[in-house]
Design a protein around this ligand. Structure first.
Ligand SMILES: Nc1ncnc2c1ncn2[C@@H]1O[C@H](COP(=O)(O)OP(=O)(O)OP(=O)(O)O)[C@@H](O)[C@H]1O
Ligand SMILES: [Mg+2]
Length: 330
């Protein structure tokens, strides 16, 4: 059901539809008390008809609201108006990561910068015992200022519970999720595919799949059907890295593959560790780039000095030239 502009839901007045996904529609709305625009997500009735489930969802929303981290969207409110349940969060301006990923992948420096932000947001949530379970490029927002924000914490749990409710016969929860509801099998962890318990290390696997796609422009496990994709997640390694967006440092490829180990115990055990390794890597890259830049600058100066010496156009300082030459070869 779509809501027309000016429809009032509690203290919020609908302005326009932003978009819709598997868990309802997202609207730009006006908070008439605080006089600011917000993002209001209306949850479909089929997801909210079980009071216990709804209570647990509200609990999780409260936990996410308490996180207050720059890389996690701020949750302002959860509410219900005439049986319509909604969740209100900060209104973001920008685009999703999905819109940023091109078929050739992004430069590794940019991908690392975004991945560090994602890892930091995840680490903050995981430290509070909150697991996302549905990380995918559609749920990662990049603001105009370049800040990455994780969206939709807590919703995957609600969706999964409904999927289990609807499971019939011999289908597992994961098959139901992927085939009927989730539609995002490409980023599931092996344990999610098998319908086993998924802890924070499941998010780490999804993080690896997203990071792989950012760098390569292609999904790590892209197949024609959800069933084939899930089989690949269980049994196959992601393909070799493509070199379309330039050379990917081997250390970076090792980090991505380490996130995507099939066994949770073999992966990075915390998002905090991933952020640390990525930051060290980008510092090394930046240092190398700075050394290269300094060398090329010195080379230009030495060349100019030599040119000056041979033309006799200006008096030259031999000791200064020697100093420059030594610096260049240091
Ligand atoms: N806080 C927000 N500010 C601005 N836009 C948002 C906000 N939250 C969601 N959106 C946008 O609303 C649209 C719909 O989001 P929604 O989460 O419903 O879809 P989805 O992520 O594709 O699917 P799913 O239901 O699996 O999460 C997306 O384009 C998303 O970027
Ligand atoms: Mg979403």
């Amino acid at each position: 059901m779509s809501f027309a502009p000016d429809t009032q839901l509690g203290p919020y007045k609908i302005i326009s539809l932003i978009g819709s996904g598997g868990m309802g529609e997202v609207y730009r709305a006006r908070d008439t008390r605080l006089l600011r625009d917000v993002a209001l997500k209306v949850l479909p009735a089929s997801f909210t008809n079980d009071p216990d489930r709804l209570r647990r969802f509200e609990q999780e929303a409260r936990a996410v609201a308490a996180l207050n981290h720059p890389n996690i969207v701020s949750v302002y409110d959860v509410g219900n108006s005439g049986g319509v349940h909604y969740i209100v969060s900060e209104l973001l301006e920008g685009e999703t990561l999905r819109q940023r990923i091109t078929p050739t992948g992004m430069p590794s420096r940019k991908a690392i910068e975004l991945a560090v932000q994602l890892a930091n947001g995840l680490a903050a949530a995981h430290e509070q015992g909150i697991v996302h379970r549905d990380l995918k490029p559609e749920n990662l927002f990049i603001t105009r200022a370049g800040r990455l924000k994780i969206l939709d914490f807590g919703l995957a749990k609600l969706r999964r519970e409904r999927a289990i409710d609807e499971t019939v016969g011999s289908k597992t929860a994961a098959q139901t999720e992927a085939g009927q509801v989730l539609g995002t099998a490409g980023y599931m962890s092996p344990e999610q595919v098998k319908g086993e318990a998924a802890d924070h290390r499941s998010d780490i696997f999804s993080f690896g799949s997203i990071f792989y796609e950012m760098l390569n422009g292609q999904r790590a496990f892209k197949r024609n059907t959800s069933a084939e994709t899930m089989t690949a997640i269980l049994n196959e390694d992601p393909p070799e890295f493509s070199l379309k967006s330039g050379a990917i440092p081997p250390a970076l490829e090792r980090i991505v593959r380490h996130c995507m180990e099939k066994q949770p115990g073999q992966r990075f055990q915390s998002a905090h560790d991933i952020a640390f390794d990525l930051e060290s890597l980008s510092t090394t890259c930046t240092c190398r780039a700075a050394v290269a830049r300094r060398r090329s600058c010195l080379r230009r100066v030495v060349k100019a000095e030599h040119a000056g010496a041979s033309s006799q156009a200006a008096p030259h300082n031999v000791s200064q030239r020697d100093h420059l030459e030594r610096a260049l070869h240091a």
